[in-house]
Design a protein around this ligand. Structure first.
Ligand SMILES: Nc1nc2c(c(=O)[nH]1)N[C@H]1C(S)=C(S)[C@@H](COP(=O)(O)OP(=O)(O)OC[C@H]3O[C@@H](n4cnc5c(N)ncnc54)[C@H](O)[C@@H]3O)O[C@H]1N2
Ligand code: MOO
Length: 413
Protein backbone atom coordinates (compact mmCIF):
# COMPACT_ATOMS: atom_id res chain seq x y z
CA UNK A 1 0.00 0.00 0.00
CA UNK A 2 1.14 3.58 -0.66
CA UNK A 3 1.09 6.83 1.31
CA UNK A 4 -1.23 9.74 0.57
CA UNK A 5 1.48 11.85 -1.07
CA UNK A 6 2.69 8.94 -3.22
CA UNK A 7 -0.88 8.38 -4.31
CA UNK A 8 -1.06 12.02 -5.45
CA UNK A 9 2.14 11.53 -7.47
CA UNK A 10 0.63 8.44 -9.09
CA UNK A 11 -2.47 10.44 -9.96
CA UNK A 12 -0.63 13.43 -11.39
CA UNK A 13 1.85 11.30 -13.31
CA UNK A 14 -1.04 9.51 -14.94
CA UNK A 15 -2.64 12.58 -16.31
CA UNK A 16 -1.67 13.53 -19.81
CA UNK A 17 -2.51 17.18 -19.85
CA UNK A 18 -2.25 17.52 -23.61
CA UNK A 19 -5.38 15.39 -23.88
CA UNK A 20 -7.30 18.14 -22.15
CA UNK A 21 -5.66 20.78 -24.28
CA UNK A 22 -7.03 19.26 -27.43
CA UNK A 23 -10.54 20.45 -26.94
CA UNK A 24 -10.91 24.15 -26.60
CA UNK A 25 -14.26 25.75 -26.16
CA UNK A 26 -15.52 29.28 -26.36
CA UNK A 27 -17.53 30.14 -23.34
CA UNK A 28 -20.06 32.83 -22.60
CA UNK A 29 -19.01 34.95 -19.72
CA UNK A 30 -22.16 34.25 -17.77
CA UNK A 31 -21.17 30.63 -17.22
CA UNK A 32 -17.42 30.49 -16.95
CA UNK A 33 -16.53 30.40 -13.26
CA UNK A 34 -13.89 27.70 -12.79
CA UNK A 35 -13.16 27.53 -16.51
CA UNK A 36 -9.47 27.62 -17.41
CA UNK A 37 -8.43 30.42 -19.69
CA UNK A 38 -6.77 29.25 -22.90
CA UNK A 39 -5.27 32.55 -24.03
CA UNK A 40 -3.63 35.48 -22.37
CA UNK A 41 -6.18 38.24 -22.54
CA UNK A 42 -4.74 41.75 -22.59
CA UNK A 43 -6.27 45.09 -21.89
CA UNK A 44 -6.98 46.87 -25.17
CA UNK A 45 -7.74 50.26 -23.68
CA UNK A 46 -6.74 52.36 -20.72
CA UNK A 47 -9.00 52.22 -17.67
CA UNK A 48 -10.12 54.74 -16.49
CA UNK A 49 -10.39 55.78 -20.12
CA UNK A 50 -10.33 59.48 -19.13
CA UNK A 51 -9.54 61.44 -15.98
CA UNK A 52 -12.45 61.30 -13.58
CA UNK A 53 -13.16 62.76 -10.21
CA UNK A 54 -12.77 60.46 -7.19
CA UNK A 55 -14.88 62.73 -5.01
CA UNK A 56 -17.85 65.03 -5.14
CA UNK A 57 -16.17 68.41 -5.19
CA UNK A 58 -14.77 71.14 -7.39
CA UNK A 59 -12.24 70.58 -10.14
CA UNK A 60 -9.64 73.29 -10.52
CA UNK A 61 -6.27 74.05 -12.03
CA UNK A 62 -3.62 73.47 -9.39
CA UNK A 63 -1.37 76.27 -10.58
CA UNK A 64 -4.16 78.74 -9.86
CA UNK A 65 -4.09 78.01 -6.16
CA UNK A 66 -2.39 80.71 -4.11
CA UNK A 67 -1.16 79.88 -0.66
CA UNK A 68 -0.61 83.16 0.95
CA UNK A 69 0.62 83.87 4.41
CA UNK A 70 -1.78 86.63 5.16
CA UNK A 71 -4.75 84.26 5.50
CA UNK A 72 -6.42 85.38 2.33
CA UNK A 73 -8.47 82.44 1.21
CA UNK A 74 -8.51 80.93 -2.23
CA UNK A 75 -11.59 82.20 -3.96
CA UNK A 76 -12.85 80.61 -7.18
CA UNK A 77 -15.87 81.08 -9.39
CA UNK A 78 -18.09 78.13 -10.24
CA UNK A 79 -18.65 78.01 -13.98
CA UNK A 80 -20.28 74.61 -14.50
CA UNK A 81 -21.78 71.52 -12.88
CA UNK A 82 -20.71 68.13 -14.25
CA UNK A 83 -22.35 64.87 -13.17
CA UNK A 84 -21.10 61.40 -14.04
CA UNK A 85 -22.09 60.65 -17.61
CA UNK A 86 -22.42 64.31 -18.60
CA UNK A 87 -20.74 65.52 -21.74
CA UNK A 88 -17.62 67.49 -20.80
CA UNK A 89 -16.69 70.45 -22.91
CA UNK A 90 -13.03 71.01 -23.69
CA UNK A 91 -13.28 74.79 -23.73
CA UNK A 92 -10.76 76.26 -21.33
CA UNK A 93 -11.40 79.38 -19.33
CA UNK A 94 -8.23 80.90 -18.03
CA UNK A 95 -8.85 82.39 -14.60
CA UNK A 96 -9.88 81.49 -11.06
CA UNK A 97 -12.55 79.07 -12.15
CA UNK A 98 -13.75 75.75 -10.83
CA UNK A 99 -16.36 73.31 -12.04
CA UNK A 100 -18.53 71.54 -9.54
CA UNK A 101 -18.03 67.87 -10.27
CA UNK A 102 -19.57 64.62 -9.02
CA UNK A 103 -17.71 61.37 -8.32
CA UNK A 104 -17.04 59.48 -11.55
CA UNK A 105 -17.62 62.50 -13.82
CA UNK A 106 -15.07 63.22 -16.51
CA UNK A 107 -12.76 66.06 -15.55
CA UNK A 108 -12.57 68.77 -18.20
CA UNK A 109 -9.31 69.17 -20.02
CA UNK A 110 -6.66 71.29 -18.25
CA UNK A 111 -8.28 70.80 -14.83
CA UNK A 112 -6.07 68.59 -12.70
CA UNK A 113 -7.08 68.67 -9.04
CA UNK A 114 -10.31 68.24 -7.09
CA UNK A 115 -11.14 69.82 -3.76
CA UNK A 116 -13.87 67.95 -1.83
CA UNK A 117 -17.24 69.57 -1.19
CA UNK A 118 -16.69 69.41 2.56
CA UNK A 119 -13.36 71.24 2.30
CA UNK A 120 -14.79 74.44 0.84
CA UNK A 121 -17.13 77.11 2.12
CA UNK A 122 -19.84 78.68 0.09
CA UNK A 123 -20.36 82.36 0.21
CA UNK A 124 -24.11 82.95 0.55
CA UNK A 125 -23.82 86.44 -0.83
CA UNK A 126 -21.99 85.13 -3.90
CA UNK A 127 -23.57 81.76 -4.75
CA UNK A 128 -21.22 81.16 -7.65
CA UNK A 129 -18.09 81.38 -5.54
CA UNK A 130 -16.24 78.96 -3.32
CA UNK A 131 -13.62 79.71 -0.75
CA UNK A 132 -11.18 77.29 0.85
CA UNK A 133 -8.03 77.32 2.88
CA UNK A 134 -7.18 73.63 2.78
CA UNK A 135 -3.72 72.81 1.43
CA UNK A 136 -4.18 70.66 -1.68
CA UNK A 137 -1.75 68.40 -3.50
CA UNK A 138 -1.40 68.41 -7.23
CA UNK A 139 -3.71 65.76 -8.72
CA UNK A 140 -5.59 65.19 -5.49
CA UNK A 141 -8.90 63.30 -5.85
CA UNK A 142 -8.35 62.69 -9.56
CA UNK A 143 -8.52 59.20 -11.02
CA UNK A 144 -5.96 59.33 -13.77
CA UNK A 145 -6.49 57.95 -17.26
CA UNK A 146 -4.97 54.41 -17.40
CA UNK A 147 -4.17 54.32 -13.70
CA UNK A 148 -6.01 51.01 -13.21
CA UNK A 149 -5.35 49.12 -16.46
CA UNK A 150 -2.90 50.29 -19.09
CA UNK A 151 -3.15 49.04 -22.65
CA UNK A 152 -1.39 45.67 -22.70
CA UNK A 153 -1.81 44.75 -19.04
CA UNK A 154 -3.33 41.35 -18.20
CA UNK A 155 -7.07 40.92 -17.86
CA UNK A 156 -6.70 37.16 -17.39
CA UNK A 157 -3.65 34.97 -17.88
CA UNK A 158 -3.49 31.78 -19.92
CA UNK A 159 -3.95 28.72 -17.68
CA UNK A 160 -5.53 30.59 -14.82
CA UNK A 161 -8.88 29.70 -13.41
CA UNK A 162 -11.68 32.15 -14.02
CA UNK A 163 -12.96 33.15 -10.60
CA UNK A 164 -15.91 35.29 -9.61
CA UNK A 165 -13.61 38.29 -9.16
CA UNK A 166 -12.59 38.10 -12.84
CA UNK A 167 -16.10 39.13 -13.88
CA UNK A 168 -15.33 42.61 -12.61
CA UNK A 169 -12.44 43.09 -15.02
CA UNK A 170 -14.06 41.35 -18.01
CA UNK A 171 -17.19 43.41 -17.52
CA UNK A 172 -15.09 46.56 -17.19
CA UNK A 173 -13.84 45.86 -20.71
CA UNK A 174 -17.25 44.74 -21.95
CA UNK A 175 -15.98 41.27 -22.91
CA UNK A 176 -18.68 38.76 -23.81
CA UNK A 177 -16.80 35.54 -24.55
CA UNK A 178 -13.44 34.00 -23.73
CA UNK A 179 -11.70 30.84 -24.85
CA UNK A 180 -11.42 28.15 -22.22
CA UNK A 181 -10.02 24.69 -21.96
CA UNK A 182 -12.68 22.02 -22.20
CA UNK A 183 -13.42 20.43 -18.86
CA UNK A 184 -13.61 16.87 -17.87
CA UNK A 185 -17.04 15.33 -17.80
CA UNK A 186 -17.84 13.55 -14.53
CA UNK A 187 -20.13 10.57 -14.00
CA UNK A 188 -21.21 9.48 -10.57
CA UNK A 189 -22.39 5.98 -9.77
CA UNK A 190 -23.35 4.94 -6.24
CA UNK A 191 -23.45 1.25 -5.44
CA UNK A 192 -25.15 -0.95 -2.89
CA UNK A 193 -28.21 -3.20 -2.69
CA UNK A 194 -29.17 -1.46 0.54
CA UNK A 195 -29.01 2.11 -0.81
CA UNK A 196 -32.09 3.97 -2.03
CA UNK A 197 -32.51 7.44 -3.47
CA UNK A 198 -36.12 8.07 -2.65
CA UNK A 199 -35.52 9.80 0.68
CA UNK A 200 -37.58 7.19 2.43
CA UNK A 201 -38.26 7.87 6.07
CA UNK A 202 -39.36 4.32 6.84
CA UNK A 203 -36.44 2.60 8.51
CA UNK A 204 -38.25 -0.71 9.28
CA UNK A 205 -36.46 -2.49 6.52
CA UNK A 206 -32.92 -3.20 5.43
CA UNK A 207 -32.51 -0.15 3.29
CA UNK A 208 -30.74 3.12 3.96
CA UNK A 209 -30.98 6.42 2.15
CA UNK A 210 -28.16 7.47 -0.13
CA UNK A 211 -26.48 10.17 1.93
CA UNK A 212 -23.90 11.01 -0.73
CA UNK A 213 -25.16 11.84 -4.17
CA UNK A 214 -26.66 15.27 -3.45
CA UNK A 215 -23.44 16.25 -1.68
CA UNK A 216 -21.32 15.01 -4.57
CA UNK A 217 -23.47 16.62 -7.26
CA UNK A 218 -23.43 19.94 -5.40
CA UNK A 219 -19.67 19.75 -4.87
CA UNK A 220 -19.07 19.35 -8.61
CA UNK A 221 -21.57 22.03 -9.50
CA UNK A 222 -19.86 24.44 -7.11
CA UNK A 223 -16.64 24.03 -9.09
CA UNK A 224 -18.58 24.26 -12.36
CA UNK A 225 -17.89 20.71 -13.38
CA UNK A 226 -20.56 19.07 -15.48
CA UNK A 227 -21.69 15.94 -13.66
CA UNK A 228 -24.22 13.25 -14.55
CA UNK A 229 -25.62 10.97 -11.93
CA UNK A 230 -25.96 7.39 -13.12
CA UNK A 231 -28.05 6.33 -10.14
CA UNK A 232 -27.57 3.43 -7.82
CA UNK A 233 -26.10 0.26 -9.12
CA UNK A 234 -26.99 -2.95 -7.36
CA UNK A 235 -24.15 -5.14 -6.20
CA UNK A 236 -24.73 -7.23 -9.30
CA UNK A 237 -21.69 -7.50 -11.44
CA UNK A 238 -23.40 -7.30 -14.81
CA UNK A 239 -25.44 -4.23 -13.95
CA UNK A 240 -22.40 -2.16 -12.97
CA UNK A 241 -20.15 -3.67 -15.60
CA UNK A 242 -22.61 -2.70 -18.32
CA UNK A 243 -22.79 0.89 -17.07
CA UNK A 244 -19.01 1.21 -16.97
CA UNK A 245 -18.64 -0.47 -20.36
CA UNK A 246 -20.96 2.16 -21.87
CA UNK A 247 -19.08 5.00 -20.25
CA UNK A 248 -15.65 3.95 -21.46
CA UNK A 249 -16.96 3.65 -24.98
CA UNK A 250 -18.05 7.25 -25.11
CA UNK A 251 -15.90 9.51 -27.25
CA UNK A 252 -14.99 11.99 -24.56
CA UNK A 253 -12.60 12.43 -21.69
CA UNK A 254 -14.31 11.50 -18.49
CA UNK A 255 -13.88 10.94 -14.83
CA UNK A 256 -16.00 8.18 -13.39
CA UNK A 257 -16.54 8.35 -9.66
CA UNK A 258 -18.11 5.44 -7.85
CA UNK A 259 -19.00 4.99 -4.20
CA UNK A 260 -18.98 1.65 -2.35
CA UNK A 261 -18.13 -1.92 -3.36
CA UNK A 262 -14.39 -1.39 -3.31
CA UNK A 263 -13.10 -3.18 -0.19
CA UNK A 264 -12.73 -6.90 0.43
CA UNK A 265 -16.21 -8.46 0.76
CA UNK A 266 -18.28 -10.61 -1.60
CA UNK A 267 -20.24 -7.57 -2.76
CA UNK A 268 -17.10 -5.56 -3.48
CA UNK A 269 -17.23 -6.07 -7.20
CA UNK A 270 -15.54 -2.95 -8.53
CA UNK A 271 -11.90 -4.13 -8.71
CA UNK A 272 -12.81 -7.28 -10.63
CA UNK A 273 -15.12 -5.40 -13.02
CA UNK A 274 -12.34 -2.95 -13.87
CA UNK A 275 -9.86 -5.78 -14.45
CA UNK A 276 -12.30 -7.62 -16.70
CA UNK A 277 -12.74 -4.46 -18.79
CA UNK A 278 -8.93 -4.09 -19.09
CA UNK A 279 -9.00 -0.88 -17.14
CA UNK A 280 -5.61 -0.19 -15.64
CA UNK A 281 -5.77 -0.07 -11.83
CA UNK A 282 -3.05 2.39 -10.77
CA UNK A 283 -3.50 1.88 -7.04
CA UNK A 284 -5.97 0.22 -4.73
CA UNK A 285 -5.52 1.13 -1.08
CA UNK A 286 -3.78 4.09 0.53
CA UNK A 287 -2.30 4.28 4.03
CA UNK A 288 -4.93 6.66 5.36
CA UNK A 289 -7.91 6.49 7.63
CA UNK A 290 -10.70 6.80 6.77
CA UNK A 291 -10.78 6.06 3.07
CA UNK A 292 -8.12 3.34 2.93
CA UNK A 293 -9.72 1.14 0.21
CA UNK A 294 -9.77 3.94 -2.40
CA UNK A 295 -8.96 2.90 -5.96
CA UNK A 296 -7.64 4.95 -8.88
CA UNK A 297 -7.70 3.62 -12.44
CA UNK A 298 -7.04 4.82 -15.95
CA UNK A 299 -8.47 3.60 -19.25
CA UNK A 300 -6.34 4.61 -22.24
CA UNK A 301 -5.63 8.08 -20.79
CA UNK A 302 -9.19 8.93 -21.67
CA UNK A 303 -11.35 7.70 -18.82
CA UNK A 304 -10.18 8.02 -15.25
CA UNK A 305 -11.73 6.30 -12.25
CA UNK A 306 -11.91 7.13 -8.59
CA UNK A 307 -13.69 4.33 -6.77
CA UNK A 308 -14.37 5.56 -3.27
CA UNK A 309 -15.15 3.46 -0.20
CA UNK A 310 -18.84 3.53 0.71
CA UNK A 311 -18.82 4.81 4.28
CA UNK A 312 -20.03 8.40 3.86
CA UNK A 313 -17.04 10.16 5.43
CA UNK A 314 -14.59 7.88 3.56
CA UNK A 315 -16.27 8.83 0.29
CA UNK A 316 -16.23 12.50 1.19
CA UNK A 317 -12.51 12.28 1.99
CA UNK A 318 -11.96 10.60 -1.37
CA UNK A 319 -13.79 13.45 -3.08
CA UNK A 320 -12.04 16.20 -1.12
CA UNK A 321 -8.46 14.85 -1.09
CA UNK A 322 -8.18 12.79 -4.27
CA UNK A 323 -10.83 13.82 -6.80
CA UNK A 324 -10.62 17.54 -6.06
CA UNK A 325 -6.78 17.74 -6.40
CA UNK A 326 -7.10 15.70 -9.62
CA UNK A 327 -9.52 18.25 -11.05
CA UNK A 328 -7.41 21.19 -9.90
CA UNK A 329 -4.37 19.59 -11.47
CA UNK A 330 -5.91 19.06 -14.90
CA UNK A 331 -7.16 22.61 -14.77
CA UNK A 332 -3.58 23.78 -14.33
CA UNK A 333 -3.84 24.76 -10.72
CA UNK A 334 -1.33 23.98 -8.01
CA UNK A 335 -1.86 21.86 -4.93
CA UNK A 336 -3.95 23.55 -2.31
CA UNK A 337 -2.15 24.95 0.74
CA UNK A 338 -3.56 23.97 4.11
CA UNK A 339 -4.60 26.39 6.78
CA UNK A 340 -2.31 26.29 9.82
CA UNK A 341 -4.10 26.11 13.15
CA UNK A 342 -3.12 25.52 16.78
CA UNK A 343 -4.41 22.26 18.27
CA UNK A 344 -6.71 22.94 21.24
CA UNK A 345 -6.25 19.66 23.17
CA UNK A 346 -3.79 16.73 22.99
CA UNK A 347 -4.85 14.08 20.47
CA UNK A 348 -3.72 10.89 22.16
CA UNK A 349 -5.10 7.96 20.17
CA UNK A 350 -2.56 5.47 18.85
CA UNK A 351 -1.90 6.01 15.16
CA UNK A 352 -0.71 3.63 12.47
CA UNK A 353 -1.57 5.55 9.29
CA UNK A 354 -2.06 9.18 8.23
CA UNK A 355 -5.40 10.46 9.47
CA UNK A 356 -8.05 12.80 8.13
CA UNK A 357 -9.87 13.95 11.26
CA UNK A 358 -13.19 15.73 11.43
CA UNK A 359 -12.45 18.97 13.20
CA UNK A 360 -13.70 22.41 13.99
CA UNK A 361 -11.49 25.34 13.17
CA UNK A 362 -12.13 28.81 14.58
CA UNK A 363 -10.44 32.17 14.81
CA UNK A 364 -9.53 33.48 18.24
CA UNK A 365 -7.07 36.17 19.35
CA UNK A 366 -5.46 36.63 15.93
CA UNK A 367 -4.91 32.92 15.30
CA UNK A 368 -6.69 29.89 13.94
CA UNK A 369 -7.32 27.12 16.47
CA UNK A 370 -8.61 23.64 15.81
CA UNK A 371 -10.60 21.18 17.89
CA UNK A 372 -10.68 17.53 16.85
CA UNK A 373 -14.15 15.97 17.05
CA UNK A 374 -14.79 12.96 19.26
CA UNK A 375 -16.75 10.76 16.87
CA UNK A 376 -14.30 9.98 14.10
CA UNK A 377 -15.85 6.81 12.67
CA UNK A 378 -16.43 7.10 8.96
CA UNK A 379 -20.11 6.12 9.11
CA UNK A 380 -20.88 8.97 11.54
CA UNK A 381 -22.47 11.91 9.82
CA UNK A 382 -23.57 13.93 12.85
CA UNK A 383 -20.04 14.87 13.95
CA UNK A 384 -19.30 15.76 10.31
CA UNK A 385 -22.09 18.31 10.03
CA UNK A 386 -21.19 19.72 13.45
CA UNK A 387 -17.63 20.40 12.29
CA UNK A 388 -16.16 22.36 9.37
CA UNK A 389 -12.77 20.95 8.41
CA UNK A 390 -10.40 18.01 8.24
CA UNK A 391 -7.12 17.96 10.11
CA UNK A 392 -4.59 16.06 8.03
CA UNK A 393 -2.46 14.38 10.69
CA UNK A 394 0.47 12.50 9.24
CA UNK A 395 2.12 9.74 11.24
CA UNK A 396 5.17 11.95 11.68
CA UNK A 397 3.14 14.89 13.06
CA UNK A 398 3.09 15.56 16.78
CA UNK A 399 -0.44 16.09 18.12
CA UNK A 400 0.05 17.83 21.45
CA UNK A 401 -1.92 20.84 22.60
CA UNK A 402 -0.47 23.94 20.90
CA UNK A 403 1.03 22.07 17.94
CA UNK A 404 0.39 23.67 14.57
CA UNK A 405 -1.63 21.34 12.36
CA UNK A 406 -2.63 21.29 8.71
CA UNK A 407 -6.32 21.95 8.26
CA UNK A 408 -8.53 21.89 5.16
CA UNK A 409 -12.03 23.29 5.13
CA UNK A 410 -14.71 20.85 4.01
CA UNK A 411 -15.66 23.29 1.31
CA UNK A 412 -12.60 24.57 -0.50
CA UNK A 413 -14.43 27.30 -2.42
N1 LIG B 1 -12.42 -7.27 5.56
C1 LIG B 1 -12.38 -5.96 5.37
N2 LIG B 1 -13.52 -5.28 5.43
C2 LIG B 1 -13.51 -3.97 5.23
C3 LIG B 1 -12.30 -3.30 4.98
C4 LIG B 1 -11.11 -4.05 4.90
O1 LIG B 1 -10.01 -3.52 4.67
N3 LIG B 1 -11.21 -5.38 5.10
N4 LIG B 1 -12.30 -1.95 4.81
C5 LIG B 1 -13.34 -1.27 5.55
C6 LIG B 1 -13.33 0.10 5.18
S1 LIG B 1 -12.00 1.01 5.70
C7 LIG B 1 -14.36 0.69 4.56
S2 LIG B 1 -14.40 2.41 4.34
C8 LIG B 1 -15.47 -0.03 4.01
C9 LIG B 1 -15.64 0.37 2.55
O2 LIG B 1 -16.35 -0.57 1.94
P1 LIG B 1 -16.87 -0.49 0.47
O3 LIG B 1 -16.25 0.57 -0.32
O4 LIG B 1 -16.84 -1.82 -0.09
O5 LIG B 1 -18.34 0.06 0.67
P2 LIG B 1 -19.63 -0.72 1.04
O6 LIG B 1 -19.30 -1.98 1.70
O7 LIG B 1 -20.45 -0.75 -0.18
O8 LIG B 1 -20.24 0.29 2.08
C10 LIG B 1 -19.63 0.55 3.31
C11 LIG B 1 -20.66 1.15 4.25
O9 LIG B 1 -21.11 2.38 3.77
C12 LIG B 1 -22.51 2.38 3.56
N5 LIG B 1 -22.77 3.14 2.34
C13 LIG B 1 -22.31 2.85 1.12
N6 LIG B 1 -22.73 3.76 0.21
C14 LIG B 1 -23.49 4.63 0.89
C15 LIG B 1 -24.25 5.77 0.53
N7 LIG B 1 -24.26 6.19 -0.75
N8 LIG B 1 -24.93 6.43 1.48
C16 LIG B 1 -24.91 6.00 2.77
N9 LIG B 1 -24.21 4.93 3.19
C17 LIG B 1 -23.52 4.25 2.27
C18 LIG B 1 -22.88 0.95 3.40
O10 LIG B 1 -24.22 0.71 3.71
C19 LIG B 1 -21.91 0.28 4.36
O11 LIG B 1 -22.40 0.36 5.67
O12 LIG B 1 -15.24 -1.41 4.10
C20 LIG B 1 -14.73 -1.85 5.35
N10 LIG B 1 -14.67 -3.27 5.28
O1 MOO C 1 -12.50 4.17 4.93
MO1 MOO C 1 -12.86 3.14 6.08
O2 MOO C 1 -13.20 2.67 7.63
O3 MOO C 1 -11.28 3.69 6.73
O4 MOO C 1 -14.04 4.16 6.74
Amino acid sequence: MISYFSSLSFIFNNIIKSVFLKKIGICKLDCCVFEVSYFDCFSFKNIPNYNTSAMDGYALVFSKIRYNFDFVYNRFFIIDLIKAGDFTSSVFFDGDYVVEIMTGARIPEFFDTVVRLEDVSLDFNNPFEIVFEKVLFFGENVRIFGDDFKIGSFIIRKGSIFELKNYVSTSTFGLKNLFFLSKIKVYLICTGNEIIDSFNLDYNNNFINNSLYTYFLSFFKRISIDVSYYGISLDLKNDLKFKIYNLINKDEISLIVTTGAVSKGKADIIPSILSELNIDIIFHGVFIKPGKPILFANYLNKHYFFCLPGNPISSIIGLRFFVYPFIRYIMGDVLESPLKAFLEEDYVLKRTVDLFLKSFVFFYKNNFHVRIMEDQQSFKVKSFVESNSFVFLRLCDSSKKGDVLNVYFYEPF
